[in-house]
Design a protein around this ligand. Structure first.
Ligand SMILES: [Zn+2]
Ligand SMILES: [Zn+2]
Length: 276
């Protein structure tokens, strides 16, 4: 499978010259089978608009699988030209919490926005997903509830032909316990998602030094992400959901700290691809 990073920023977009190398669009990661167009997209942040240019002018046909419904994971939905057009075929899955279309409409409808999800062109469906094992777009998907702040949140493990990735974009591990260093517990759901994966894409919003003042915000420290990756024996850790204030140079410096560890650590950047 191929992993294409379309948006890597957390919380709110970060435009500006200090952010051009890693990118300012919010969470969106597109997955494709070898040689095929992307068909399974994790989250619909503003990075979703980038995906259209990778579809060679064709409409999108596939599933948008959302981990949760914060703005930085949904604001790309109405700005997705390959989806909002005749011929598209889009299934949107969200963590189950009542009527999925009505839940999305609370954020995407007048007076907040001129359109509702039901007015997007092409064929769109909206449904809730329960935790557990699913088969989505010919990928094996494990969905597990993980602690975050403000709404039901899932992490995902996606597998194909013995290769796997875990996606925990927004993760508040102190919600499951302090852990040995106060940065949060390596709890069962996190381990189940990340165990032995080829790639762990993980919330890296804060540093351990920043964490004490922000521990209630619902996110992780980079040091927690590295510790989880090593505890779960992930082969590569992709630092993701960069804080909107984190400049390119600061991300470079963070990544440099963790070179030489048991796990390969890289920073997620818009346009980056990984082949598993
Ligand atoms: Zn987020
Ligand atoms: Zn969030």
């Amino acid at each position: 499978m191929r992993i294409l990073f379309c948006g890597v920023r957390g919380s709110t977009p970060a435009p500006g010259p200090e952010f051009v190398r890693y990118g300012g669009n919010t969470s969106c990661v597109a997955l494709s089978h070898d040689g095929s167009a992307p068909s399974l997209v994790l989250d619909a942040g503003t990075g979703l608009s980038r995906l259209s240019r990778h579809l060679d002018g064709r409409p999108f046909r596939g599933t948008l699988l959302l981990g949760h419904l914060h703005w930085d994971h949904t604001h790309g939905l109405p700005f997705f030209p390959a989806g909002n057009r005749p011929g598209s075929d889009v299934d949107v899955l969200i963590p189950a919490q009542g009527d999925a279309m009505r839940v999305l409409e609370r954020a995407i409808s007048p007076p907040h926005f001129p359109l509702t999800p039901g007015e997007l062109r092409g064929r769109w469906s909206f449904a809730g997903l329960e935790p557990g094992r699913h088969r989505i777009e010919d990928f094996d998907v494990l969905a597990a509830e993980i602690p975050h702040k403000g709404g039901r949140t899932f992490g995902y493990r996606v597998s194909e032909h013995g290769r796997s990735l875990a996606y925990l974009s927004d993760h508040w591990p102190v919600g499951a316990g302090e852990g040995s260093d106060g940065l949060g517990a390596y709890h069962d759901a996190a381990i189940a998602l990340a165990e032995d994966v080829d790639v762990l894409i993980h919330d890296a919003q804060y540093t351990a030094a920043e964490f004490p003042g922000r521990r209630s915000y619902g996110h992780s420290a980079v040091e927690y992400a590295v510790g989880l990756a090593e505890a779960a024996r992930a082969r590569r850790l992709v630092l993701f959901h960069h804080d909107p204030s984190r400049t390119d140079d600061e991300i470079d410096a963070l990544v440099a700290i963790f070179q030489g560890r048991a796990v390969d650590v890289v920073g997620a950047a818009e346009g980056m691809t990984l082949d598993l």
